[in-house]
Design a protein around this ligand. Structure first.
Ligand SMILES: Nc1ncnc2c1ncn2[C@@H]1O[C@H](COP(=O)(O)OP(=O)(O)OP(=O)(O)O)[C@@H](O)[C@H]1O
Ligand SMILES: [Mg+2]
Length: 452
């Protein structure tokens, strides 16, 4: 690894060459300056990550030069060298933006240690910048919006694993953006020109799931009039996304395990295995480790899938992202609904930043879409927002789908209330399987305080 560039600014010749020699020996790229004017000149022409700066210089004092360096390039790291005992100068330097200070006589080990620390930091920052650039390039549509440290970590993990073929589990509460993360992984991978096939294991009835995943041959069962390829086959050379993996019944889990191990599938009613080259990514908002303990999820499958875990943190733990998301959704829904809402009143913004979002980003998105449709003015006011002490999700939006969904949501809540929140009972009255009911409860963010 190339080490960073350091400029040594020190008027005393012997001291300067001693420092320069030492640093060159360590592999740094070193330049020297005997006074402030030379130093400033060099800084304008070249790139130095670190400046080692003597406080007392013949033509200027270190503090003034420090300020000029920071004006030139705020990310230049300055290590100030002060005379022994002049602690005020050191404090002044730190206040003016120096990263470190050393007192004369210089403890060389201490110097090297501090430089290494700064160097690591600059590498990290640079890496982060490269990463951001990469992401910006790939996501011109900018569908993945964040600025929080936590989401930076998520996206750096995404970039690191995207080009590998390792299976992974994307975890996180409902609506946090698991699918957004999945889309990124696929888009950044070498499989990006091949299909990304998504299967929602909770939304497909158990009896159909197997044939959906693996396909069937003609005559495999009543109604199988012709051969149908499964999702795994369709995803060949690409990625398959098994959403709500925790909802796969045990029998299918063992079949899935075999697919992962053998890299081949067998259609229902088929007589020979078919090779598939598919990357598997799963998502869940359940705690799979607990499911393993309970015996509802196979341990071996869990370990096979969980080569890498990406946990997307809930929105309430990264509220810094809220303002960016607000702007993003404003643009998106102004366009969709042909509106020209410019922003939110301060009060409305405050309400949105304070709220806890049990339904995470999806809930924020629903709230904003609804507000954009409802508002009469150019700014969304707090009157355009739902009562956010009630944790209701799935705001209706006037479209047929929105209307059907809000009707469905109301019916489910009513059935649950009538059944004293016993899901088996409610599922019966609704004519849904329990599994489907669980799925819908999650989809609509239904909790006990929800009102129809
Ligand atoms: N960082 C983000 N930037 C922009 N949009 C986002 C972001 N995160 C989530 N969204 C949007 O929020 C909505 C919910 O995200 P997504 O469907 O990925 O959540 P999920 O974690 O898969 O939820 P579920 O567990 O219910 O399946 C989507 O419309 C998505 O586009
Ligand atoms: Mg999802």
């Amino acid at each position: 690894m190339d080490r960073v560039g350091i400029l040594v600014v020190e008027d005393e010749e012997s001291q300067r060459s001693l420092l320069a020699g030492l640093l060159k020996n360590e592999g740094y790229t070193v330049s020297e300056a005997a006074d402030g004017a030379t130093a400033y000149d060099l800084l304008q022409k070249g790139i130095f990550e670190i400046v080692l700066l003597d406080y007392r210089l013949p033509d200027t004092d270190g503090l003034a030069l420090l300020k000029k360096i920071k004006e030139l390039n705020p990310s230049t790291e300055v290590v100030m060298i002060t005379a022994f005992g002049s602690i005020e100068n050191a404090v002044g330097a730190l206040k003016a933006g120096a990263s470190e200070y050393l007192t004369k006589p210089i403890d060389l080990d201490d110097l090297l240690f501090k430089l290494r620390k700064i160097e690591e930091k600059t590498y990290l920052i640079r890496e982060n910048m490269v990463l951001r650039e990469t992401l910006r390039d790939r996501f011109k549509s900018e569908e993945f919006v964040y600025q929080s440290e936590k989401m930076h970590e998520v996206s750096s993990l995404v970039v690191r694993i995207a080009k590998t073929d390792s299976t992974c589990i994307i975890g996180g509460e409902s609506g946090v953006g698991k699918e957004v993360v999945l889309n990124m992984i696929h888009a950044l991978s070498d499989r990006k020109n091949f299909p990304l096939i998504k299967v929602n294991c909770a939304a497909i009835p158990e009896t159909l799931l197997e044939s959906e995943l693996f396909g069937y041959e003609k005559g495999a069962f009543t109604g199988a009039y012709q051969r149908k390829p499964g999702k795994f086959e369709l995803a060949n050379k690409g990625t398959i996304f098994l959403d709500e993996i925790g909802d796969i019944p045990l029998i299918l889990q063992s079949k899935l395990l075999r697919v992962i191990q053998e890299r081949e599938i067998e259609r229902l009613g088929g007589s020979h295995p078919i090779k598939v080259d598919v990357r598997i990514i799963a998502a869940t908002n359940r705690n799979l480790e607990e499911e393993v303990k309970k015996g509802t999820f196979r341990e071996d499958l869990y370990y096979r899938l969980n080569v890498v875990t990406i946990n997307v943190p809930p929105l309430r733990e990264r509220k810094e992202d809220i303002p960016l998301l607000i702007d993003f959704f404003l643009k998106k829904y102004n366009l969709k609904h042909k509106k020209n809402v410019r922003g939110l009143t301060r009060e409305a913004r405050d309400v949105l930043v304070k709220y806890d979002y049990p339904g995470n980003v999806r809930e924020l998105e629903n709230i904003l879409e609804r507000a954009i449709v409802l508002t009469r003015g150019e700014h969304i006011t707090s009157e355009d927002l739902p009562n956010l002490t009630d944790h209701a999700g799935a705001a209706g939006d006037g479209s047929i789908r929105g209307t059907v969904e809000s009707l469905e949501r109301s019916m489910i809540i009513e059935a649950l209330v009538n059944a004293d929140w016993v899901q088996t009972k409610a599922a019966l009255t609704l004519g849904l399987s329990e599994r489907m009911l669980r799925y819908k409860i999650k989809k609509y963010n239904i909790v006990r305080s929800s009102r129809p």
